[in-house]
Design a protein around this ligand. Structure first.
Ligand code: ATP
Ligand code: MG
Length: 575
């Protein structure tokens, strides 16, 4: 492609609308423009990269034996009503009516549509297992679209679904998908971790997420040098012996203290001249038609994932009304002493004993001198809190490090959640109807493009890995008015095209600085620079975008040499 004829509207300045590096750079490199919040134009350079990532995803899906299809984006609401998600999904689901008043949704994901298809077409155990996938535009009416394509409302996702007769068969496909996701991330050249995710601890389901490590990621993950990585809500905590959190043990039991106008643990601690660790939070949750009270140290957070695993049900924070009904006191002043009619459990960090402060189940009042084992009816001490960097690796006991990550992919053993709700069955070997056992596997194609940039850039621009770069080589003749430079550029351009290399020839009549800046900004892996001085010596410069130093070669050897360098680059990204 000749740059003079391309549509690559680069910008010199950072756009005001963008906060994170990937968003800024996608706009500046002429890859992306905003149309409305969370809705974008993908310009040619952006689209080329999206297609590269798509190709990698497609190749890896095909390797697993999955079959590509394309489902509609506009889906009848009936299917969503059948699964129960029409009500459960909330306002992220775009709902509308057609001219005949039929309700539709714009698919944010396709479990319903695919389950319906498979239910209609695959009846016998003999035709299973099957894995189907698509690469498609999804719409989710995100409450806070931001960071460009990282959290968009319209985005490109690969979604795969597998159908099985047995748990064992699901396990086998899940493993293939899990491995495929590792290969995809490796081929995209990013530093990433796979972590077990919440939601997979109930009813035998299991789920893992693939996280690209970057400072601006929305998710917190804990990593260890031994290779272990986990989400704080999932990492098992081993208490390091007894940590005395109390402030002495007096006789006589708890004593009420007035705590007007305090709302947070920090404020209570400051008022009573204690550390937050000496205050205990009492959190009320509901699940099904039951409630449970959970105690954690003031400086810790309840892990809803661990609590859900303990309750074997999804848990929700109790609302003010429920809190009032159970404790008799208002929100913010709950405490375990005298709490009746609700199961009370505590995080193991509190088992160390000592005196603590708790809410008094009364407006503007707390209790001090509470000894939980003596004053409260704790029925179980469990690991119920989110792990933190201060904790140790559950695998090797070394200290953990906190990192941030962007979730690019998600693999999920669903079990019979959808098939049961939608009454979707196959006939088993004994002629009996059984619900399909399912898995689903989502991958954010456009999010991955931004995640790559988030990780691979410098102050000058993007640094594409060769596997996803929009072009492999950019040729930069520094002065188009000089015939010798122009001729050499043209020759190398033709040689590269003949070798099948994707090459961008910067034939624009621009100043040297502007050309080099643009080449760095759009991040093409290899640059061939043709300057007056080097051409006089019969040489041109080959420079990798990620390296400082250039290599000098004769113009007629440039294409061949470029091919070798790129081959090396691609090899490094092979799984
Ligand atoms: P998140 O927690 O980030 O909202 P999710 O759990 O809703 O993600 P899934 O439903 O598992 O995401 O979707 C599969 C993949 O689609 C995600 O791993 C992510 O890569 C991508 N994805 C989800 N929501 C968005 C979005 N708003 N913009 C871009 N990509 C998205
Ligand atoms: Mg989401």
């Amino acid at each position: 492609m000749r740059w003079s004829q391309a549509f690559i509207p680069t910008l010199k300045e950072d756009p005001a609308e963008a906060e994170v590096a990937s968003h800024k750079l996608m706009i500046r490199a002429g890859m992306l423009r905003k149309v409305a919040p969370g809705i974008h134009d993908y310009l040619p350079l952006g689209w080329r990269v999206i297609k590269r990532v798509e190709d990698i995803v497609r190749q890896e899906m095909d390797r697993t034996g999955a079959h590509e299809l394309l489902l509609p984006a506009n889906c009848p609401a009936e299917l969503w009503q059948k699964s129960g998600r029409y009500d459960a999904y909330g306002p992220e689901l775009l709902r509308y009516k057609d001219r005949s008043e039929h309700e539709l949704v714009f698919g944010p994901t396709h479990e319903e549509v695919i389950t319906d298809l498979v239910d209609r077409e695959i009846k016998s155990y003999r035709e299973l297992p099957v894995t189907l996938y698509q690469i498609q535009t999804k719409f989710r009416d995100e409450i806070r679209p931001r960071f460009g394509v990282l959290r968009a409302r319209e985005f490109c996702m690969k979604d795969a679904y597998s159908f099985h007769v047995s748990k064992k068969s699901l396990d086998a496909t899940y493993k293939l998908m899990y491995e495929a996701y590792h290969r995809i991330c490796q081929r995209c050249g990013v530093d990433y971790r796979s972590v077990q995710a919440a939601g997979g601890t109930i009813g035998g389901s299991f789920t893992e997420e693939f996280m690209v490590l970057t400072e601006r990621g929305e998710d917190s993950i804990l990593v260890c040098e031994c290779g272990f990585a986990g989400k704080p809500e999932m990492v098992a905590v081993k208490e390091a012996g007894t940590r005395d959190t109390g402030h002495g043990t007096r006789d006589g039991g708890p004593e009420e203290v007035a705590t007007p106008n305090v709302h947070t643990v920090e404020e209570v601690a400051a008022l009573l001249k204690l550390k937050p660790a000496q205050v205990v939070k009492t959190m009320l949750y509901t699940y099904g038609d039951q409630a449970i009270a959970v105690l954690v140290r003031g400086d810790h957070a309840v892990s809803e994932a661990k609590l859900a695993a303990y309750c074997q049900a999804e848990v929700t924070l109790a609302d003010e009304q429920t809190i009032k009904k159970i404790t008799g006191g208002p929100l913010g002043f709950s405490g375990p002493v005298g709490l009746k009619g609700v199961k009370l459990i505590a995080d193991s960090a509190l088992q160390a004993g000592g005196e603590v402060v708790t809410g008094a189940n009364k407006q503007d009042a707390h209790l001090k001198g509470v000894v939980l084992a003596r004053d409260a009816e704790v029925v179980a001490w469990e690991d119920l809190r989110e792990a933190a960097a201060a904790d140790t690796c559950p695998k090797c006991a070394k200290p953990l490090n906190e990192k941030r990550g962007i979730e690019v992919g998600h693999v999920f053993k669903l079990g019979i959640k959808y098939s049961k709700a939608m009454n979707a069955n196959f006939i088993d070997q004994s002629g009996k109807e059984q619900p399909y056992i399912m898995g689903c596997y989502g991958f954010g194609v456009t999010r991955m493009v931004a995640a790559i940039i988030e990780q691979l850039h410098d102050e000058d621009g993007i640094i594409w890995p060769a596997s996803v770069a929009p072009y492999q080589v950019v040729i930069s003749p520094l002065n188009m008015a000089k015939p010798a430079l122009k001729e050499a550029a043209e020759k190398i351009y033709q040689d590269l095209l003949a070798a099948g290399t994707e090459v961008l020839l910067d034939d624009r009549e621009l100043a040297t600085g502007a050309k080099l800046k643009d080449a760095d900004l759009i991040g093409i892996p290899l640059r061939v620079t043709i300057g007056e001085r080097s051409i006089k010596e019969g040489k041109v410069e080959l420079k990798l975008r990620r390296e400082k130093d250039a290599k000098l070669v004769a113009p007629d050897k440039a294409a061949e040499e470029a091919g070798k360098i790129l081959e090396e680059e691609r090899k490094k990204l092979e799984p």
